[in-house]
Design a protein around this ligand. Structure first.
Ligand code: HGY
Ligand code: MN
Ligand code: MN
Ligand code: MN
Length: 399
């Protein structure tokens, strides 16, 4: 084990217990809840330890500065602390822990950046609490309005504004304008690097993707006394939709998932009155994504007619295709001698890429599993990620 692997492990262990569910081994680190606030406090302490002043953008995003916080042309790096329900340890926090260690590497090597270096922690990247992924970066860039974000509510009815303690500030063009580049290091979320010699890759693109909620309303009734012919059962419409989404995605080489469902009244011996499902759909290009979602909507409407149910489809969020700065990706791939790959996962880097030169580094994941406790990365690969990030930051900040 290298010295850097050991230092990675030591810093990693400081946050490893925070928000960990003992039964699943996964993490419950929802934005602005107790565990995530603990990680935010840890971020402040780490920044203070490195004499990096911390600023907030009024949207819940945190920034730690090596250099003048008001100076322009800064290089931003970082990721998010929040998790999906019972998510893995690495998705998000790896990018923040690696950023602090990269600063340590640069300082130990006597590197003095000519451009300011900023470490960021974005709020609600997963959308697991308030429903909209990349909420913090969307607010900062103005991709989502402060009004809409303020009113988003979690499952307990708490609004984002209440959780934040204030109305979100919304777009901050003057802050955004100070960033000249963004690099997000992230655990790889598929099997692309398994069985290769490469511990680190550079991202080329993010598939366009989105979330659609479908509310199917039928008639709640007694399971024992209602004749089969008399039922208006929204569960049937829901179940058919899940199968149709899977089939339509496979036909197109796209991805469709229904990973969340809410049933009313949720009783074993009652025909449901309402079933709500959430479709997560992703494809390599926007036409395929639109075709997939239109096909699922069509099948859902047709099936609802047969079942005597009514259905409303609400688009909760859509992220257009992201092509990362090709010149920057090529430059970093050469610098690191790393492969270049696309991903189907969303990231704050995807939102920021519309505004400034942006790149991503992926660290090999030996299980290829993510959004699950099985997500993994070895300490040595994480150390390789830190080294790669430090090289990239030196390349970008030292002209
Ligand atoms: O890709 C996602 O589900 C999220 O944006 N991380
Ligand atoms: Mn994720
Ligand atoms: Mn992530
Ligand atoms: Mn009864």
């Amino acid at each position: 084990m290298s010295d850097l692997s050991a230092r990675f492990r030591a810093l990693w262990d400081e946050i490893a217990p925070v928000g960990r569910d003992a039964d699943s081994g996964g993490y419950l680190r929802y934005a602005l809840t107790e565990p995530e606030r603990e990680l935010r406090a840890w971020f402040r302490a780490q920044a203070e330890h490195r004499a990096m002043p911390v600023t907030e953008d009024g949207n819940g995003n945190l920034f730690a500065h090596w250099g003048d916080p008001e100076a322009s042309d800064a290089v931003l790096t970082g990721s998010h602390f929040d998790s999906v329900p019972h998510g893995g340890a690495y998705d998000g926090p790896l990018g923040i822990v690696s950023a602090f260690l990269a600063v340590d590497e640069l300082r130990a090597a006597g590197v003095t950046p000519e451009r300011p270096l900023v470490l960021g922690a974005f709020v609600e990247e997963e959308g697991a609490r308030f429903g909209v992924p990349c909420l913090g970066s969307r607010l900062l860039t103005g991709a989502l309005s402060a009004e809409r974000a303020a009113g988003l509510r979690d499952a307990a009815g708490v609004s984002f504004a209440e959780a934040l303690g204030d109305r979100p500030a919304g777009a901050r063009p003057e802050l955004l304008g100070r960033f000249g580049a963004f690099v997000e290091l992230h655990v790889e979320q598929g099997r692309a690097l398994v069985d290769t010699d490469a511990p680190v890759a550079v991202a080329s693109a993010i598939w366009p993707h989105g979330r659609w909620r479908f509310d199917v309303v039928g008639e709640g009734n007694h399971a024992g006394t209602t004749r089969m012919a008399d039922r208006r059962d929204p569960m049937l419409t829901y179940a058919f939709t899940v199968l149709a989404a899977n089939k339509e995605a496979r036909l197109r080489g796209a991805h469709a998932t229904v990973g969340r469902v809410a049933v009313e009244p949720n009783a074993t011996n009652a025909i449901p009155s309402k079933v709500t499902g959430w479709l997560d759909a992703r494809a390599a290009d926007p036409q395929t994504l639109t075709g997939l979602v239109d096909a699922v909507r069509g099948k859902l409407a047709e099936r609802a007619r047969r079942d005597g149910t009514t259905v409303t489809v609400t688009e909760e969020s859509v992220t257009p295709v992201v092509s990362f700065d090709g010149g920057l990706a090529d430059r970093l791939a050469k610098l690191l001698d790393a492969p270049v790959l696309p991903t189907g996962a969303g990231h704050d880097a995807g939102v920021l890429a519309a505004h400034l030169p942006t790149a991503m580094l992926f660290v090999r994941n030996p299980t290829g599993v993510s959004h699950s406790p099985a997500e993994a990365a070895t300490d040595d690969d994480c150390a390789a990620g830190v080294r790669a990030l430090a090289l990239v930051l030196e390349e970008l900040t030292c002209r």
